[in-house]
Ligand binder design. Structure first.
Ligand SMILES: [Mg+2]
Length: 166
């Protein structure tokens, strides 16, 4: 497996159904925030994300946030969603993800990361030895560093033909 390749590909987070997670024996999720659950730096996730999270929690699947964003962004968000978190996650380094997996109290084989960036979420998951669900970003970022990152990422993106639809 190539280190930038996600295990599973979805159009967006709402496509990752409880049925899919159960089928793949995913009992814990390492969840990205920005452009995965809500648009970049937006403090309020859309209803669709809230509903998705509610369903996942109800199914007994554990969720923890790992974000590279700063605590000022992550803490209020985690409180709003009533989730544990790791801020300054330093993805693709493995430290933040490993810390989160430990907090989940699950073996790595039962954990998958969900995120919208190849260079952080997907490579981080692969280096940490957990599975990954790639979701296409909710909205294009406007800042220059992000636009550069997205341009570099483009040739590594999974094909839309890989999108899992249940
Ligand atoms: Mg993100």
């Amino acid at each position: 497996m190539l280190f930038f390749e996600p295990t599973y590909v979805f159009n967006d987070i709402t496509g990752i159904t409880v049925r899919f997670l159960e089928k793949k024996r995913i009992k814990g999720i390492v969840l990205d925030i920005d452009n995965t659950l809500t648009t970049h730096n937006n403090p309020i996730p859309p209803d669709s994300s809230m509903k998705w999270l509610e369903n996942v929690k109800k199914a007994g699947i554990k969720v923890i946030i790992v974000s590279n964003n700063k605590p000022e962004r992550v803490v209020p968000f985690a409180e709003l969603l009533d989730l544990e978190f790791v801020a300054n996650g330093k993805k693709p380094l493995t430290t933040g993800i490993n810390k989160a997996v430990k907090k989940l109290g699950l073996e790595k084989k039962y954990v998958a990361a969900i995120g919208d960036q190849i260079f952080t979420d997907i490579i981080g998951a692969n280096l940490s030895g957990i599975r990954s669900c790639f979701v296409f970003p909710m909205q294009p970022e406007t800042s220059l560093p992000f636009r550069i990152k997205r341009t570099l990422e483009k040739p590594l993106l999974p094909g839309r033909n890989r999108i899992i639809k249940e």
